[in-house]
Structures are given as C-alpha cells and as structure tokens.
Write a protein that binds this ligand. Structure first.
Ligand code: BG6
Length: 508
C-alpha cells in the first residue's frame, strides 16, 4: 500500500506506464474490439506506453498470434475515434500482441497462461508486471480469479492487478459473494473495478470545477441549492444486448453504478488532498449517507418505465418487448427515475433526482444544479414572472461537453424587462484538443497503479444498499408495460414524482 502511494503521481501529470503485460480475458469480444484495443493503441500513439509493453489476448476461440493481430488491426482502424491510424506504429505495437486460447473452466489453461506470461516477460521485458483485464461474462469473474490464483498468477516478480467491468454482482448479496471470492485471491488494492463514467473528462472536471475554484463551493449546499437533476438519456434502444439487458434493467445498468458515482462526485466533501484513497474515502462516505428507502416509500420515490414502439427522429423504433432476446412479457425497466436524499449536514432536505432511459429523444448526459430563487421577487410585475426562474448550473457530460450558468438579465430598452440568458463554457472551443476516451484514461490509471477513478468495494456495497429496496419492491409489482413511447422523455409518473416536490424535469 505504502509503495502504491509513493509511486502515484498525485496530480496525474507525468504519466507514462511502467512495463507490463495486459492479459485480456474475452479478447474476442465486443469491448476488446470497440474500446480496449483502440484505447491501448491510442496510448501507444501518445507515447504513453513503455517499450516493455505487451498484450496477451485470451478467449476460447483458437487463433494464431497473427490472426489475433489482424483482427485487432481491423478493430482499431474501425473504432479509433478522432485520431489517425498509423500503419508503422501499428506494426511495432502489434509485435507486443500475442494470443492464447483457453477455457476459463479448465485449470490447465491457467498453467498454460502462466507459461505464456513468463515467455512474454522474457521477450518483451515486462519486469513481471501483469494487469489482468476481465472483459467476459460477469458470471465468470470469480472463476477466472480463482483459476489465476490456482496457477499462482496472483503473485509474482512484479505487481499484479485485476480489472473487472460492471456489473459487480446482481444485487447487494451477490456483490458481497463476488467480492469475497475476488478478495480471497487478490488484495483489495489490486482489484480495479472500472466505472467508465468516472473516466470521462467531464466527470473528472466536476472535481476541478468544485475544488479548483473558490467561488462555487461556498454555494454548494442546502442553503443555496434547491435540488439537483442528473439525466443520462440514450436515444438508442438495447441494440442487440436484449438478453443481458433483460436481466439488468436501467436501475442496475446505469443508476446503481455510473450515476450514483456521478452523484457522489457532485455531492462529496472536498478531499484534503488529491490522492486515490482521499478521494475515494469521500465518495464512499457520501454513498453511505444516501437515505435507504423503506418499502412503503419506494412507490413515491422511484419510477420504472419500459418503452413501446415509437419514433426517434424520422426513424421508427420497435418496442423493447420485440427486441431480440427479450421475452414478450418482460417486466424489465428501460427507464428509471429515483429521488435520492442524502442524510448529512450539507444536503439534508435537498432532493437529488436521477433519471436514465433508453429510446429517449436524444443522447444527453448532464447534471443540473438548481439554485434557490432570489428571496425577494422585486421584478415580478415587470417581467411576467421571468425573474422567478432559478439560477441553474448545468454540467454537460456528453455529447456537448461543457458548463453553462443560467441567470436572468435585463433586456435592452427603457423598461425593466428581464429575460433568462446563459453563460457558457464549451470544452471543444476553449481547449481545441481532443479529450482522451474514458478507457484510455482508466487503462493508463490501472497500469500506473492509480485507483482514484476506480470503484472500491465499500462504494459498491453502499450503492447496492441504496438501490436494493427499490429492486425488492419492484420485484413484487406487476407493471403495466410499456408505459412510454420510444422517442419521449419517459413515463408520466416520472413527472409526477417531481411534481410532488413542486419541481419539473428540465428538457435538456
Ligand atoms: C454501459 C451500459 O455501462 O453504459 C449501457 O451497460 C450504456 O447500457 C452505456 O449504453 C452508456 O455509456 P455512455 O458512455 O455511452 O454514456
């Protein structure tokens, strides 16, 4: 632990990865093709990887090293976002790519992997450092960790780390079981639970905005903030992931992990210094302060939705129930909205509304901090109520990354007329630089041993605890689904949930 602290560059400036082998389980899968390999290539392009860098792909399909390299070449070319593909660079990068077929249920495959890692360590000079990245079915995580442990691969000459993708369990109990099995093989400090939302530049920027500036933090509390709305809307449906999604649903897929992490980043106390443990302690503390709903409080504070057929722009979108892999009477939520309350001094009584859904009018993720209105409505008569509009600070996560502050202003003219206006900061025009993808940031972090943006087990437990009463209550309900049309902002019940507090959802 002490060693990890001293190795970490606290401000994450001069980051260059140490030598290592990244072993990807699920090397033939979608995530590897779309995200991991393009991110690793991009890190190579930026000169962030050490010369002693290697990738070992593992999956069931038999393949030669060259076949693996060819497939990865095509994926990187296809999915590399906004940067040139350089064939020369690829050739040198691809020299570090090897492949080994293996069945996760077969103990021998781990022994074979151990031999392969040793050879790669020798030929590529990785100094024995290994990062295992599990991009497989979540049901295989514990089995793979145990297989690695059985072959002695959890220890070695260099460091060992294991990255797992969400979902971390299906509920509070299964998350605990998974965790115990992982921790029987790896130390908590070696387990990196990835939440790609935390790797997004704009989510990291919430910390810069709050803690790097002096003027906002004094306003950041129950005295000045009326409520907070966090929206993550997607215009697409489940796009071929029906079988997975049917088991998950929006609450598990987005709120339990990504959006509660975002809420924690917005609402946590300032850490005393920028270090992974200090930051994660504060996020964990916030998540533990979320009020746990009683069963009789769920109906008023959580809304489930499922889309039926509708339109997205000019396109017709089929309903969720007719998606591939979805059973025709599925009770899965493709939309979820929840009112969370935080029981601490800073936030007592301030509702945090979170909503997320598939097949919504557009893809947009944002956080809207709504401030209290001015105490005296001095301009009411002259402005048709415009000055009663509250100030809203909008942190736009995607697709237009930036920050806007809405306030009212006097219209030019002799009268005292007020109109809402906006002060905008836009990432693209202010910096003119490409933002690294979340996977680039997070892979570099894991290789460098910086867990600031990774989720710790206590956070996973706390966020499951916050959503578990909702899951339990919903499991007893028979929903009348579908209850919103594709291409709309979700069921009417989500509006009613806010109306009970005297609030309305913003239309982003
Ligand atoms: C994933 C979910 O974790 O996040 C998907 O499983 C969702 O269902 C995705 O589409 C959203 O990520 P992003 O970065 O596109 O907002």
């Amino acid at each position: 632990m002490t060693q990890e602290i001293s190795l970490q560059d606290p401000l994450r400036f001069h980051r260059k990865a140490p030598p290592c082998a990244v072993v990807i389980y699920g090397a033939n899968g979608d995530l590897t093709k779309r995200k991991l390999m393009p991110a690793l290539y991009r890190l190579a392009y930026e000169g962030r990887l050490a010369p002693g860098f290697a990738v070992i792909g593992v999956s069931r399909t038999p393949m030669s090293n060259d076949e693996f390299r060819d497939r990865m070449h095509d994926s990187v070319k296809t999915f590399l976002e906004a940067s040139p593909f350089d064939e020369d660079l690829w050739r040198s990068f691809a020299q570090g790519l090897t492949y080994i077929a293996g069945d996760v249920g077969d103990a021998e495959s781990y022994t074979a992997l151990a031999g392969h890692i040793a050879e790669v360590a020798e030929s590529r000079k990785t100094e024995g450092n290994v990062l295992f990245y599990l991009s497989t079915q979540p049901s295989q995580y514990a089995q793979i960790a145990e297989g690695l442990g059985g072959a002695g691969l959890n220890k070695g000459e260099g460091w060992r780390r294991i990255v797992i993708e969400k979902p971390f369990g299906h509920d509070l109990e299964s998350a605990g079981v998974l965790n115990r099995r992982l921790q029987a093989v790896f130390n908590e400090s070696e387990i990196y639970r990835i939440d790609h939302y935390l790797g997004k530049e704009t989510v990291q920027n919430i910390m810069a905005f709050r803690f790097g500036n002096g003027i906002f933090e004094p306003l950041w509390d129950r005295t000045h903030i009326d409520h907070v709305q966090i929206t993550a809307a997607e215009s697409i449906g489940v796009e071929g992931r029906g079988a997975y999604y049917q088991e998950a649903g929006a609450l598990r897929d987005m709120i339990q992990n990504h959006l509660l992490q975002v809420m924690a980043t917005v609402a946590m106390e300032p850490p005393s210094y920028f270090h992974s443990d200090a930051v994660r302690d504060e996020r964990a503390k916030l998540l533990r302060s979320i009020r746990i709903m009683r069963p009789d409080q769920v109906a008023a504070n959580a809304v489930a939705g499922q889309y039926g057929p509708g339109r997205s722009g000019s396109e017709l979108v089929p309903g969720f129930l007719t998606e591939k892999g979805v059973s025709p009477d599925s009770q899965t939520n493709t939309f979820a909205a929840v009112t969370f309350l935080i029981d601490n001094w800073r936030w007592s009584g301030v509702p945090f509304y979170i909503r997320t859904g598939k097949a919504m009018p557009k893809r947009v993720s944002e956080i809207a901090i709504q401030f209290k209105t001015a105490p005296l409505a001095m301009f009411r008569r002259a402005t048709a109520g415009a000055e009663a509009l509250p100030n809203v600070l909008i942190l736009r996560i995607q697709p237009e990354e930036g920050i806007s502050l809405k306030f009212v202003s006097k219209r030019p003219g002799s009268g005292m007329q007020l109109r809402p206006v906006s002060m905008d900061f836009n990432y693209g025009s202010s910096f003119g630089e490409r933002s690294p993808s979340a996977y680039e940031t997070l892979l570099l972090d894991a290789i460098s041993g910086d867990a600031t943006l990774y989720t710790r087990q206590d956070m996973v437990d706390a966020s499951w605890s916050a959503v578990q009463p909702i899951l339990d209550y919903w499991a007893t309900q028979k929903f009348t689904f579908p209850n919103y049309d594709a291409g709309t902002w979700g069921p009417a019940a989500a509006d009613e949930m806010l109306a009970r507090w005297g609030h309305t959802w913003r239309k982003p």
